[in-house]
Design a protein around this ligand. Structure first.
Ligand SMILES: NC(=O)c1ccc[n+]([C@@H]2O[C@H](COP(=O)([O-])OP(=O)(O)OC[C@H]3O[C@@H](n4cnc5c(N)ncnc54)[C@H](O)[C@@H]3O)[C@@H](O)[C@H]2O)c1
Ligand SMILES: O=P(O)(O)OC[C@H](O)CO
Length: 365
């Protein structure tokens, strides 16, 4: 046995600083993330037990504030009813206050709100903060598309990783091994597998673009076109996802599309997601009820990402002169804004002769 060194023992007793986590967002996925993380911080010594969760405050039909109800019942009764989050989750309606002490920031809001949230957080976060984004989406700026993780890094001056995947087998992507391990520790549970990888752009684009394909799959369902057609749409969608991602970032790896964040998330979303569900209703109504109306009625406050992403992708395609290379992405947007009927999803040549038919030859590589 090695001799005991008392000095070393004294130093070892000084506990290293603990990581403190704040979750920015408290919707459906934000609440699941809070539950996963809180179950780990309470077990792992290197994290403070308490997990703050920023809540975009709203008043419930009962007249109570959502934050008060979450803190009283330990349940997000609006966005994840029936599930206890863990008594160490503390809801906070004050964005700036919620991040003040945290050095691990988990961003999980609908993507359209992130620009405003980042603006509010400039100068408000700790110098040693690290971030991770669970957000599927992008912003389109004059200078080109900007992924949400890039927006966070640029606006807040932090390193930002991303975590995307099909709900039960997620993967985490980043380039710093040590930080990667910390995030993996924070999210991993026996029922939620997380593994690190380095293709940040590929992973984030998979999560973003599959929402557009899910809208197309929903149209097919709403038109009762059957599984063969839906599979064909998903295949073309996956090809467009890959081509678009690689044209934007030459570093994107083919393998990423076979990971959980790629084909698995695409399948999950096209079979059971909210984008699919609302697009099905849109097609069943012949495009006569808007997505905004259907979202409000069917999702009760939860938000669709696919319709706005289709618009953002369309803007990029138009700007770059790539519209004809991406018939599926283009047609999804044209249908969403009412320029084409839902049936156009399988009738490109009839409505827009320049586009190849589904299943026919495609222009992309
Ligand atoms: N739900 C899932 O299964 C899932 C899975 C993986 C990733 N994601 C991604 O996670 C992100 C968040 O989705 P979600 O499912 O947690 O949210 P959600 O759609 O369930 O809920 C919407 C959230 O937006 C908030 N909100 C409404 N108006 C706002 C405003 N003006 N500013 C800020 N917040 C506002 C609401 O309070 C609510 O918390 C999305 O990018 C989504 O694609 C979702
Ligand atoms: O319900 P959706 O369509 O927003 O998809 C949810 C997730 O992104 C699936 O991983």
């Amino acid at each position: 046995m090695a001799p005991v060194n008392n000095n070393a023992q004294i130093n070892n007793n000084e506990s290293p600083p603990k990581f403190k986590v704040t979750i920015i967002g408290s919707g459906n996925w934000g609440s699941v993330a809070a539950k996963l993380i809180a179950s780990n911080t309470i077990k792992l010594n290197s994290f403070h037990d308490e997990v703050k969760m920023w809540v975009f405050e709203e008043t419930l039909p009962s007249g109570e504030k959502l934050t008060d109800v979450i803190n009283r019942t330990n349940e997000n009764v609006k966005y994840l009813p029936g599930i206890k989050l863990g008594s160490n989750v503390v809801a906070d309606p004050d964005l700036e206050n919620s991040v003040r002490d945290a050095n691990m920031l988990v961003f999980v809001t609908p993507h359209q709100f992130m620009e405003g949230i980042c603006k509010r957080l400039v100068g408000k976060i700790r110098n040693d903060a690290q971030a991770i984004s669970l957000i599927k989406g992008m912003e389109v700026k004059k200078e080109g598309p900007c992924m949400i993780s890039t927006l966070i890094s640029q606006q807040l001056g932090v390193n930002c990783c991303v975590l995307m995947g099909a709900n039960i087998a997620n993967e985490e992507y980043r380039d710093n091994k040590e930080i990667a391990e910390k995030w993996v520790q924070l999210f991993s549970t026996p029922y939620f597998m997380v593994s690190p990888c380095q293709d940040v752009e590929g992973v984030e684009l998979c999560g973003t673009l599959k929402n557009v394909v899910a809208i197309a799959a929903g149209f097919v369902d709403g038109l009762d076109m059957g599984n063969n057609t839906k599979a064909a749409i998903m295949r073309i969608g996956l090809k467009e996802m890959k081509s678009f991602s690689k044209l934007l970032f030459s570093s994107v790896k083919d393998n990423t599309f076979f990971e959980s964040c790629g084909v698995a998330d695409l399948i999950t979303t096209c079979l059971g997601g909210r984008n699919r569900k609302c697009a099905e209703a849109f097609a069943k109504n012949g495009g006569k009820r808007s997505f905004d109306e259907l979202e409000a009625e069917m999702l009760q406050g939860q938000k669709l990402q696919g319709v706005s992403t289709a618009k953002e992708v369309f803007e990029v395609l138009k700007y770059k002169g790539w519209l004809e290379m991406f018939p599926l992405f283009t047609t999804v947007h044209e249908i969403c804004v009412g320029r084409l009927p839902p049936s156009a999803i399988v009738e490109y040549s009839e409505h827009a002769p320049k586009f190849p038919r589904v299943g026919g030859p495609t222009a992309f590589p």
